[in-house]
Design a protein around this ligand. Structure first.
Ligand code: SIN
Ligand code: FE2
Length: 213
Protein backbone atom coordinates (compact mmCIF):
# COMPACT_ATOMS: atom_id res chain seq x y z
CA UNK A 1 0.00 0.00 0.00
CA UNK A 2 1.29 3.47 -0.78
CA UNK A 3 1.09 6.27 1.71
CA UNK A 4 -0.16 9.33 -0.13
CA UNK A 5 1.28 11.65 2.50
CA UNK A 6 4.66 10.02 2.95
CA UNK A 7 6.54 12.59 0.87
CA UNK A 8 4.43 15.64 1.55
CA UNK A 9 5.64 18.48 3.73
CA UNK A 10 4.69 18.24 7.40
CA UNK A 11 1.58 20.25 8.27
CA UNK A 12 2.86 21.16 11.69
CA UNK A 13 6.33 22.62 12.11
CA UNK A 14 7.78 23.37 15.52
CA UNK A 15 9.41 26.81 15.73
CA UNK A 16 10.42 26.61 19.38
CA UNK A 17 8.86 25.83 22.78
CA UNK A 18 5.22 27.00 22.54
CA UNK A 19 5.65 28.05 18.91
CA UNK A 20 4.32 26.21 15.88
CA UNK A 21 3.56 26.81 12.22
CA UNK A 22 0.27 25.24 11.11
CA UNK A 23 0.64 24.86 7.34
CA UNK A 24 -2.57 25.61 5.45
CA UNK A 25 -4.66 25.81 8.61
CA UNK A 26 -6.73 28.75 7.27
CA UNK A 27 -6.97 27.54 3.65
CA UNK A 28 -10.66 26.68 3.79
CA UNK A 29 -11.52 30.06 5.35
CA UNK A 30 -9.15 32.25 3.31
CA UNK A 31 -11.76 33.53 0.90
CA UNK A 32 -14.16 34.31 3.74
CA UNK A 33 -11.41 36.10 5.69
CA UNK A 34 -10.55 38.28 2.68
CA UNK A 35 -14.21 39.14 2.10
CA UNK A 36 -14.63 40.20 5.72
CA UNK A 37 -11.38 42.17 5.46
CA UNK A 38 -12.88 44.34 2.70
CA UNK A 39 -15.57 45.54 5.11
CA UNK A 40 -12.98 46.39 7.75
CA UNK A 41 -10.79 48.29 5.31
CA UNK A 42 -13.77 50.25 3.97
CA UNK A 43 -14.12 51.78 7.47
CA UNK A 44 -10.46 51.81 8.53
CA UNK A 45 -8.27 52.08 5.40
CA UNK A 46 -4.64 50.94 5.31
CA UNK A 47 -2.14 53.60 6.32
CA UNK A 48 1.59 53.82 7.01
CA UNK A 49 2.34 54.59 10.64
CA UNK A 50 5.33 56.66 11.71
CA UNK A 51 7.68 55.12 14.29
CA UNK A 52 8.71 56.98 17.45
CA UNK A 53 12.05 57.52 15.68
CA UNK A 54 10.29 59.36 12.84
CA UNK A 55 10.49 56.67 10.13
CA UNK A 56 7.42 55.89 8.04
CA UNK A 57 6.83 52.12 8.12
CA UNK A 58 6.90 50.43 4.69
CA UNK A 59 4.16 47.95 5.68
CA UNK A 60 0.66 49.49 5.57
CA UNK A 61 -1.57 48.70 8.57
CA UNK A 62 -5.10 48.73 9.90
CA UNK A 63 -6.89 47.06 12.80
CA UNK A 64 -10.15 45.59 13.94
CA UNK A 65 -11.42 44.56 17.36
CA UNK A 66 -11.79 46.43 20.64
CA UNK A 67 -8.27 47.79 20.34
CA UNK A 68 -5.82 48.51 17.55
CA UNK A 69 -2.03 48.71 17.51
CA UNK A 70 -0.89 52.21 16.58
CA UNK A 71 2.38 54.08 16.32
CA UNK A 72 3.35 57.73 16.12
CA UNK A 73 6.11 60.05 17.35
CA UNK A 74 4.98 59.51 20.96
CA UNK A 75 5.32 55.70 20.88
CA UNK A 76 3.71 52.33 20.17
CA UNK A 77 0.49 51.47 21.96
CA UNK A 78 -3.03 50.05 21.67
CA UNK A 79 -5.87 52.48 21.12
CA UNK A 80 -9.62 51.82 21.06
CA UNK A 81 -10.01 54.39 18.27
CA UNK A 82 -8.52 54.82 14.84
CA UNK A 83 -6.25 57.89 15.27
CA UNK A 84 -6.97 59.06 11.71
CA UNK A 85 -10.75 59.35 12.28
CA UNK A 86 -11.19 59.13 16.08
CA UNK A 87 -13.83 56.47 15.37
CA UNK A 88 -13.62 53.08 17.20
CA UNK A 89 -11.91 50.35 15.14
CA UNK A 90 -14.36 48.10 13.25
CA UNK A 91 -15.57 45.05 15.19
CA UNK A 92 -13.63 41.84 14.68
CA UNK A 93 -15.50 39.74 12.09
CA UNK A 94 -16.70 36.39 13.48
CA UNK A 95 -14.66 34.45 10.92
CA UNK A 96 -11.49 36.21 12.19
CA UNK A 97 -12.20 35.27 15.81
CA UNK A 98 -13.14 31.73 14.86
CA UNK A 99 -9.95 31.00 12.89
CA UNK A 100 -7.76 32.60 15.59
CA UNK A 101 -9.37 30.63 18.43
CA UNK A 102 -9.18 27.33 16.60
CA UNK A 103 -5.54 27.85 15.58
CA UNK A 104 -4.57 28.77 19.15
CA UNK A 105 -6.31 25.64 20.47
CA UNK A 106 -4.57 23.51 17.83
CA UNK A 107 -1.26 24.94 19.09
CA UNK A 108 -2.13 24.08 22.72
CA UNK A 109 -3.60 27.41 23.85
CA UNK A 110 -7.22 26.82 24.78
CA UNK A 111 -9.53 29.73 25.52
CA UNK A 112 -7.73 32.33 23.39
CA UNK A 113 -9.97 35.42 23.28
CA UNK A 114 -8.38 38.01 20.96
CA UNK A 115 -9.53 41.61 21.41
CA UNK A 116 -7.21 43.06 18.78
CA UNK A 117 -6.29 42.14 15.22
CA UNK A 118 -3.48 44.02 13.51
CA UNK A 119 -3.78 43.84 9.73
CA UNK A 120 -0.55 44.22 7.76
CA UNK A 121 -0.35 44.74 4.02
CA UNK A 122 3.04 44.00 2.44
CA UNK A 123 3.68 45.19 -1.09
CA UNK A 124 6.75 44.05 -3.06
CA UNK A 125 9.89 45.56 -1.53
CA UNK A 126 8.42 46.08 1.94
CA UNK A 127 9.59 44.32 5.11
CA UNK A 128 9.12 44.21 8.86
CA UNK A 129 12.36 44.26 10.81
CA UNK A 130 13.03 41.92 13.74
CA UNK A 131 10.95 42.92 16.78
CA UNK A 132 9.07 41.57 19.80
CA UNK A 133 5.31 42.00 20.29
CA UNK A 134 5.34 43.56 23.74
CA UNK A 135 2.68 46.26 23.86
CA UNK A 136 -0.01 43.79 24.98
CA UNK A 137 -1.10 43.62 28.60
CA UNK A 138 -1.31 39.83 28.84
CA UNK A 139 1.81 37.90 27.83
CA UNK A 140 0.01 34.74 29.04
CA UNK A 141 -1.93 34.67 25.76
CA UNK A 142 -0.24 33.68 22.49
CA UNK A 143 0.08 35.60 19.22
CA UNK A 144 -1.79 34.05 16.28
CA UNK A 145 -0.61 35.13 12.84
CA UNK A 146 -2.50 34.29 9.61
CA UNK A 147 -0.81 34.65 6.20
CA UNK A 148 -2.78 35.40 3.04
CA UNK A 149 -1.66 36.08 -0.52
CA UNK A 150 1.94 36.32 -1.70
CA UNK A 151 4.49 34.13 0.12
CA UNK A 152 6.99 35.78 2.45
CA UNK A 153 10.12 34.70 4.29
CA UNK A 154 9.38 34.72 8.03
CA UNK A 155 12.20 35.21 10.51
CA UNK A 156 11.68 33.61 13.91
CA UNK A 157 14.38 33.98 16.54
CA UNK A 158 14.72 33.67 20.28
CA UNK A 159 14.31 35.91 23.29
CA UNK A 160 17.31 38.07 22.47
CA UNK A 161 17.91 39.94 19.23
CA UNK A 162 21.15 38.07 18.59
CA UNK A 163 19.71 34.53 18.95
CA UNK A 164 19.79 32.25 15.93
CA UNK A 165 16.92 33.00 13.54
CA UNK A 166 14.84 30.36 11.73
CA UNK A 167 13.88 31.36 8.19
CA UNK A 168 10.88 29.76 6.54
CA UNK A 169 8.39 30.67 3.87
CA UNK A 170 4.85 31.55 4.93
CA UNK A 171 2.28 30.75 2.26
CA UNK A 172 -1.39 31.62 1.72
CA UNK A 173 -3.41 29.96 4.51
CA UNK A 174 -0.50 29.27 6.87
CA UNK A 175 -0.97 30.15 10.54
CA UNK A 176 1.89 30.68 13.01
CA UNK A 177 1.20 30.63 16.75
CA UNK A 178 3.71 31.61 19.42
CA UNK A 179 3.12 31.77 23.14
CA UNK A 180 4.31 30.40 26.47
CA UNK A 181 8.14 30.44 26.61
CA UNK A 182 8.24 31.85 23.03
CA UNK A 183 5.72 34.65 23.57
CA UNK A 184 8.40 37.33 23.42
CA UNK A 185 10.44 35.75 20.62
CA UNK A 186 11.95 38.17 18.11
CA UNK A 187 10.35 37.83 14.67
CA UNK A 188 10.11 39.70 11.39
CA UNK A 189 9.41 39.42 7.67
CA UNK A 190 12.07 39.65 4.97
CA UNK A 191 11.70 41.96 1.96
CA UNK A 192 8.64 40.79 -0.03
CA UNK A 193 9.41 39.47 -3.50
CA UNK A 194 7.33 40.72 -6.41
CA UNK A 195 4.49 38.55 -7.62
CA UNK A 196 0.75 38.31 -8.08
CA UNK A 197 -1.46 36.02 -6.00
CA UNK A 198 -4.93 34.99 -7.22
CA UNK A 199 -6.50 35.78 -3.83
CA UNK A 200 -4.88 39.15 -3.04
CA UNK A 201 -3.19 40.45 -6.18
CA UNK A 202 0.22 42.06 -5.76
CA UNK A 203 0.48 41.90 -1.98
CA UNK A 204 0.62 39.79 1.14
CA UNK A 205 -1.88 40.26 3.96
CA UNK A 206 -1.11 39.20 7.52
CA UNK A 207 -3.59 39.15 10.38
CA UNK A 208 -2.10 39.04 13.88
CA UNK A 209 -4.41 38.38 16.76
CA UNK A 210 -3.61 39.41 20.32
CA UNK A 211 -5.11 39.75 23.76
CA UNK A 212 -4.08 43.36 24.05
CA UNK A 213 -6.22 45.08 26.67
C1 SIN B 1 3.90 40.96 12.80
O1 SIN B 1 4.91 40.67 13.39
O2 SIN B 1 3.10 41.82 13.23
C2 SIN B 1 3.53 40.34 11.47
C3 SIN B 1 4.24 39.09 11.12
C4 SIN B 1 3.89 38.66 9.71
O3 SIN B 1 3.54 39.50 8.87
O4 SIN B 1 3.98 37.45 9.41
FE1 FE2 C 1 5.07 41.15 15.45
Amino acid sequence: MTDLFADSEPRRIGLGPGAVLLRGFANDKAEHLLEALQNVIAVAPFRNFVTPGGHTMSVAMSNCGNAGWVSDRSGYRYDRRDPSTQVPWPAMPDVFTDVARRAAAEAGFDGFAPDACLINRYEPGTRLTLHQDRNERNFGAPIVSVSLGLPAKFLFGGLTRTDKVLRLMLEHGDVAVWGGPSRLAFHGVDVLKDGVHPATGRCRINLTFREAL
